[in-house]
Design a protein around this ligand. Structure first.
Ligand code: 3PG
Ligand code: MG
Length: 385
């Protein structure tokens, strides 16, 4: 049984709280506040019970042992402080001890600046454990990692799952064990290598599996289509061919038409049937006919699981397919679950956050969970027993 904070009677303690505050930041401004907002209930619960909190988190993938301001959590600490209307002390140098002064909350600078974090150094975990009385893990997004400030602390301290984590597990379990059929899954992203097992697992469960991005291109290549200069993974063409031979392959949906460009500034979008892609074309989005087909599939679905944008959303108009699919899911009556760092900011930008059934803070962690892999941290917290 998952050991949950909610059922423990924790008062007047110093709690080490591991969050996933790895959010996109541009010019010191938070671009997506989703993970921050989702972390607030556990913080408020701890404060209500007279605890003091030391918040630990990573941000990005900085070089260990160096401080790089680009990866500082300072903007996150200011943002969170404003949101919860409480003073938060931001500690740049925290590893040898912290000082709460007149506050109840401390946020430590990026744990990935510390030597040993990524390799789960036990010495680093030991030092971190000295900063508090017990440990609350609420960083679902790193449940699949073995790092000192998360996995490494669990054996050293009395440890609990926070509210965000509990919620994530309950929703992901529902998606794995009890999705109401028909289930449509949309899997997109640059690399097929990280999602190949997931795709074969989901192909069994789903009525339709829509592919996008570099993953789709690898499949198109494996099917013998000309994909021009589009991104794909040549090392995984054989894996894609194996899936093509899968008995459920017909459930795999590929586009009728695509939007391409054949110049480096991508300023000449051209929609063409999939069979008309030329050797100098780059596929950057799905075309109008494909959008109609996908929208129709979504309308007939009872459950939709979506991971990854369907086109090059960074540049207009190649976000069209993704935006229309997001809107179609938002207005449908299906149970909709979305995961992955790239998809949620788009939904936020369209102000559709409240129109989805469940948005997960997890990226890789969620996909591994859905794939049926045991996530090391969840295992330690009792989620599988
Ligand atoms: C994520 O965004 O996927 C999580 O914050 C984990 O980050 P990581 O993939 O760099 O470990
Ligand atoms: Mg990740």
């Amino acid at each position: 049984m998952l050991k949950v904070l909610k059922e423990a009677n924790i008062n007047n303690k110093i709690v080490l709280l591991r969050l996933d505050l790895n959010v996109p930041i541009s010019q010191n401004k938070i671009v997506s506040n989703f993970r921050i907002i989702k972390s607030i209930p556990t913080i408020e619960h701890l404060i209500k019970n007279n605890n003091k909190i030391v918040i630990l988190s990573h941000l990005g993938r900085p070089k260990e042992g160096e401080v790089d301001e680009k990866y500082s959590l300072k903007p996150v600490s200011l943002y969170l402080s404003e949101k919860i209307k409480k003073n938060i002390i931001f500690e740049k140098n925290w590893i040898d001890g912290v000082d709460f002064k007149d506050s109840n909350i401390i946020m430590c600078e990026n744990v990935r600046f510390q030597n040993g974090e990524k390799l789960n150094s036990s010495e680093l975990s030991r030092k971190i454990s000295l900063l508090g009385d017990l440990f609350v893990f609420d960083a679902f997004g790193v449940s699949h990692r073995k790092e000192s400030s998360a996995y490494g602390l669990i054996d050293l301290m009395d440890s609990y799952a926070g509210q965000l984590l509990e919620n994530e597990i309950n929703n992901a379990l529902m998606m794995i064990s009890n999705p109401v059929n028909p289930l449509t899954t949309i899997i997109s992203g640059a690399k097929i290598s990280t999602k190949i097992t997931l795709i074969s697992k989901l192909l069994n469960k789903s009525s339709h599996l829509i592919l996008g991005g570099g993953i789709l291109n690898t499949f198109l290549f494996a099917l013998g289509h000309n994909i021009g200069t589009s991104l794909f993974e040549s090392d995984y063409v054989d894996e894609a061919k194996k899936i093509i031979k899968h008995k459920d392959f017909k459930k795999l949906i590929i586009p009728i038409d695509v939007v391409c460009s054949n110049n480096s500034s991508f300023d000449n979008p051209q929609t063409k049937p999939i069979s008309m892609v030329q050797s100098d074309d780059k596929i950057l989005d799905i075309g109008a006919k494909s959008i109609d087909k996908y929208v129709d599939i979504i309308k007939k679905s009872s459950t939709v699981f979506w991971n990854g944008p369907l086109g090059y959303v960074e540049q207009d108009p190649y976000d069209t397919g993704t935006v229309k699919i997001a809107k179609a899911i938002a207005i449908s009556n299906c149970y909709s679950m979305v995961g992955g760092g790239d998809t949620i900011p788009i939904i936020e930008k369209l102000s559709l956050i409240d129109n989805f059934s469940y948005l997960s803070t997890g990226g890789g962690a969620l996909l591994k969970f859905i794939e049926g892999k045991e996530l090391p941290i969840l295992k330690k917290l009792g989620a599988y027993t």
